[in-house]
Design a protein around this ligand. Structure first.
Ligand code: ZN
Length: 444
C-alpha cells in the first residue's frame, strides 16, 4: 500500500498543474468516501481493510463526476510555515511554557473534552482518560490542567491541579491512564517584590528576586495593557507572589497581583478566583477577539486537524488552521488588537500575514492576494489587513486562518479566545474584597 502510494505521488508530481488539481480533487473524494463508509457500515477490522476500498475502485466515471462539485473544494497543501518564522525577543523566553507542556486554566462552560479537543487531542484519547477517571467530570473554574503529547499528537500525561494542595497526574499506561495523587507539604506564603527599571524589565525583575516563571506570569497578566519593550529606566513595579515554601525554598508560586508605574501612569492586574486577571474595578483586561477574520461568515471548506492525512502523499501533514471558502479579493480582518510580525510571500502559504496579540496569542492568514499591512504595524480588532486570494500551494480561492496560543496551533472555531467581559454579581463582590486586600501591598 505504501509503495503504491509513493508511486502514485511520483506520477502525480510529474503532471501539469490543472491535471494535478483535478486528480488531487478526485483522490480526495475517493478517499473520503472510502474512509467514511467503513466507519458507518463496518465496524470490524477485516471489512475495513478490504471491502469498501475494492468497492470504491469500481465507481464508474459517471458516479465520480456526480461527486465533482464537492471535489472542487479548495484545499491547501497545509505546509503552513513553522511558528519559528515569528521573530522572538527576550520576553518570549520567559513567557513560553516548558517545551511540550500545554497549560490551561479552566473557565466557564469548559469540560475535559472541550478543552482537549480544541487543541486537537483525539477523542479516543479523551474518552480513554475520561472513562476510567470519572472525577475529571468535576473540573472547577480556575483550576489548572496541563498535558503533554508525543510526536504523533497522542496524549501522554495530564496533570490536574485540583487545589493548591492537591494535584492528580494521569499517565498513559497501555490503552488507558493511571492516576496518582500528590499532596503538597509546604506552606503558602505571600511575598512582595519591588523594583525600579534599570535596563530591561527581565533583568530588573530578576534583580528584585523573581524567578523566570514568575516574570512570565507578570508579563502575561499585563499583556493587554503594556508593551514591555516600551518600559523605560526609572519605571517601577511591585509584585505580590504567593509561594509554596518547603525547607526555605519556593516549590511553586502563583501571581496574586502586580502594579506597574510607567511614565507617571499606574497599571494594575489582580487575580480573581477564576484564575484570570482584572483591573482594579473588575473589568476584563483583554479586548475580545472576533471569531471570524471576515465581515461575513463563510463556509468552512477544510477543518483544523492536527493529524490530517495528505490525500496525495499519504503522509500525516497537520492542517493547523481552518479554511474558509472566500472569494478572491475579500477583505481579511484582524481578529484582535495586535502587532503585525510577518508579511511574507513566495512559500507554500503564499502571501501571508502573522499578527501577535498580547504575549500569548498569534493569528496567521494565508494564501492572500495582497497584504495591506507592514511588519511592525500596530492594528486594531477589525482592521483590514489583506485581501484574500489563492496564492501559494492552494487549489482554489480560500482563506487559511490559524490561531496559536502559547505556541500551539488550536482550533480557531472552538478555541477559547480572550473576551472583554468583566466580573459581575457575587464574583465582582469577592474580587473587590481581594482588591482591597492586595492593593495596599502593591504600593510603590
Ligand atoms: Zn488550510
Amino acid at each position: 500500500m505504501q509503495l503504491l502510494a509513493r508511486s502514485i505521488a511520483l506520477a502525480y508530481n510529474n503532471l501539469p498543474r490543472p491535471h494535478r488539481v483535478m486528480l488531487g480533487s478526485l483522490t480526495v473524494v475517493t478517499l473520503a468516501v472510502a474512509v467514511w463508509k467503513p466507519f458507518v457500515y463496518h465496524t470490524d477490522q477485516d471489512s475495513y481493510q478490504s471491502k469498501p476500498i475494492s468497492k470504491q475502485v469500481l465507481l464508474d466515471t459517471q458516479q465520480v463526476r456526480s461527486l465533482l462539485p464537492e471535489a472542487s473544494e479548495p484545499i491547501d497543501d497545509n505546509d503552513s510555515p513553522p511558528a519559528t518564522d515569528i521573530p522572538k525577543d527576550e520576553l518570549d523566553d520567559k513567557t513560553e511554557n516548558e517545551t511540550g507542556v500545554h497549560e490551561y486554566v479552566v473557565s466557564t462552560g469548559d469540560t475535559l473534552s472541550s478543552i482537549l479537543n480544541q487543541y486537537g487531542i483525539d477523542m479516543s484519547d479523551i474518552s480513554a482518560l475520561a472513562a476510567q477517571n470519572t472525577e475529571l467530570r468535576n473540573l472547577k473554574i480556575g483550576q489548572q490542567l496541563s498535558w503533554t503529547v508525543n510526536d504523533d499528537g497522542e496524549l501522554q500525561r495530564v496533570t490536574w491541579e485540583k487545589s493548591r494542595r492537591e494535584t492528580v497526574t494521569y499517565d498513559k499506561s497501555g490503552s488507558g491512564f493511571k492516576a496518582s495523587t500528590q499532596t503538597l507539604k509546604g506552606e503558602w506564603q505571600d511575598k512582595v517584590l519591588k523594583g525600579t527599571l534599570d535596563g530591561s524589565f527581565v533583568s530588573s525583575a530578576k534583580d528584585a528576586g523573581l524567578s523566570n516563571a514568575e516574570i512570565g506570569a507578570v508579563v502575561k497578566a499585563l499583556q493587554w495593557q503594556m508593551d514591555f519593550k516600551k518600559l523605560r529606566k526609572g519605571d517601577q513595579f511591585s509584585v505580590l507572589m504567593s509561594r509554596e515554601m518547603l525547607d526555605g525554598k519556593s516549590q511553586q508560586s502563583e501571581l496574586s497581583g502586580v502594579h506597574l508605574r510607567s511614565g507617571g501612569k499606574d497599571y494594575y492586574a489582580i487575580r480573581a478566583d477564576d484564575g484570570k486577571f482584572y483591573d482594579r474595578s473588575g473589568s476584563g483586561l483583554a479586548r475580545g477577539f472576533l471569531r471570524f477574520p471576515t465581515l461575513k461568515q463563510y463556509r468552512v471548506s477544510s477543518n483544523f486537524n492536527p493529524r490530517r492525512m495528505n490525500p496525495v502523499t499519504g503522509r500525516i501533514a497537520p492542517h493547523r488552521g481552518v479554511d474558509f471558502a472566500v472569494p478572491i479579493g475579500t477583505p481579511v480582518l484582524a481578529v484582535g488588537d495586535g502587532e503585525v510580525v510577518v508579511v511574507n510571500g513566495g512559500g507554500a502559504a503564499g502571501n501571508y500575514v502573522a499578527i501577535r496579540h498580547g504575549r500569548q496569542y498569534m493569528t496567521r492568514y494565508m494564501h492572500l492576494r495582497k497584504a495591506l499591512v507592514k511588519p511592525g504595524q500596530k492594528i486594531k480588532r477589525g482592521d483590514r489587513i489583506a485581501l484574500s486570494g489563492n496564492t501559494g500551494r492552494s487549489t482554489g480561492p480560500h482563506l487559511h486562518f490559524e490561531v496559536w496560543i502559547n505556541n500551539i496551533a488550536v482550533n480557531p472555531l472552538t478555541a477559547k479566545l480572550p473576551r472583554s467581559e468583566g466580573l459581575s454579581g457575587k464574583d465582582l463582590r469577592d474580587y473587590l474584597a481581594t482588591v482591597r486586600e492586595v492593593m495596599p501591598q502593591l504600593k510603590i
